[in-house]
Design a protein around this ligand. Sequence first.
Ligand SMILES: Cc1cc2nc3c(=O)[nH]c(=O)nc-3n(C[C@H](O)[C@H](O)[C@H](O)COP(=O)(O)OP(=O)(O)OC[C@H]3O[C@@H](n4cnc5c(N)ncnc54)[C@H](O)[C@@H]3O)c2cc1C
Length: 361
Amino acid sequence: MIIQENIPLSAYTTFKIGGPARFFCTVKNEEELVEAVKFAHEKGITDATSSGAHLPFFVLGGGSNLLVSDDGFPGLIIKNEIRGVTTELDIESVTSESGFKFVSAGSGEIWDDIVAYTVDRGLFGIENLSAIPGTVGATPVQNIGAYGAEASHTISSVRALDTKDFDPAMPKFVELSNTECKFGYRDSIFKHEPGRYIISRVTFKLSKKGDVTMNYKDTRDYFNDKKILKPSIAEMRRAIVEIRTSKLPDWSKLGTAGSFFKNPYVSAVKFAELKAKYPTLPGFPEPDGRVKISLGWIFDKACNARGLMIGNAGTYEKQALVLVAKPGAKAVDVKAVADELITRVKEKTGIVIEPEVEWVG
Ligand SMILES: Cc1cc2nc3c(=O)[nH]c(=O)nc-3n(C[C@H](O)[C@H](O)[C@H](O)COP(=O)(O)OP(=O)(O)OC[C@H]3O[C@@H](n4cnc5c(N)ncnc54)[C@H](O)[C@@H]3O)c2cc1C
């Protein structure tokens, strides 16, 4: 494993933004991962500026949910390329039981390759999460979700290096169950204890038979138009890819990290108050009594957010929830757009919205 210095992070994020990492390494297996964390610990002890604490480290997957500071990152970036070893796509089918199959993937695998792999084998469960950029290891972190599906619905367990009380001579790998991951809406234990767990493998429990999830208007409309009553799993994947392509920017061409903010949850009382002001505001009641509201609608109808530009950053023309960065944009520009949106939503609705995209720096 090679440790490099002063590596620009703009090449490693889908925003194509970010200053240099003081140190940077790529890890391809669990041994290299331990070595990387060991480096951060040792460097911290010998480094005059760190007063004995370990050098900060940050695990980077595909960089598709990050906004990296223009000043870069002052510690070690650990770029995760851990893959499995046993099959064509480095995925192991660990075991199978009646009606289900467990698929275990190295955390550095490209997420959409795993979705394609499972769809090809007729396994149900993650097809609605097709075409989400990034790596397998990040999927439990923010519990990725789209079109009525969430990673937490199929994650069986997560293997991770526990870096708390790290001892390079006795590195501790743990296997966290679905319950132990404490999944919520774009949330998990990995967000509450940032940096503690470095995920090396994720195991998904997928169904061998079943129906695809159609509880989302976009997918229902798509199949109604095509007069397909009972889509196959492959048809659903194709539909999701087509719908996403028509609605989202192509991150290989235009800097973005997808939806920049989480949809807010409000109490039923607050929702009624907002409905009185905005009668057509869509709301989705949750079992716990709260109502999830559409931030895209608030941006469009209440905040006039489409077309907002600051420097070379702004909202995407087809969906204001998605922030985009044109060539030359800086992290501060994107942050200024985000701050402006937070202010507008607070003024119009009283709600304080939270970013889904993580600030690194
Ligand atoms: C065009 C576009 C569309 C998107 N659409 C969606 C969507 O529909 N739904 C959705 O949920 N998200 C969406 N996203 C956001 C993003 O793709 C997901 O959050 C994705 O899971 C991030 O993966 P990554 O590998 O790029 O993670 P990164 O951005 O590199 O990292 C994200 C976080 O995960 C941590 N992390 C990464 N790997 C590991 C690991 N092995 N161990 C521990 N921590 C780790 C990082 O430290 C960081 O905290 C979209 C992004 C883009 C650009």
